[in-house]
Design a protein around this ligand. Structure first.
Ligand SMILES: [Zn+2]
Length: 77
């Protein structure tokens, strides 16, 4: 079984049973911080892994802050 930690909160993610670790390319949600992550698995190895969306939800404030999706390629100005 592939062990993967959340990129946001470093909580170990529990892979749903429908995910085939030998061939999976899709999204997974961290149960702890609700971060949306995109993961690509091939032969039980992580080939690609990035944060798709992560909304900070303070308990007392309704306003949500969106962090831009993580990009593999650094942007040059
Ligand atoms: Zn998390």
């Amino acid at each position: 079984m592939v062990k993967i930690e959340c990129l946001v909160c470093e909580e170990p993610l529990q892979m749903p049973t429908y995910i085939d670790p030998d061939d999976y390319d899709g999204q997974i949600v961290c149960k702890k911080c609700d971060a949306l992550l995109h993961i690509k698995l091939r032969d039980s190895k992580v080939k690609k892994y990035k944060i798709v969306k992560y909304e900070i939800q303070p308990p007392d404030i309704i306003v949500q802050t969106n962090i831009p999706p993580y990009s593999d390629e650094p942007k040059r100005l």
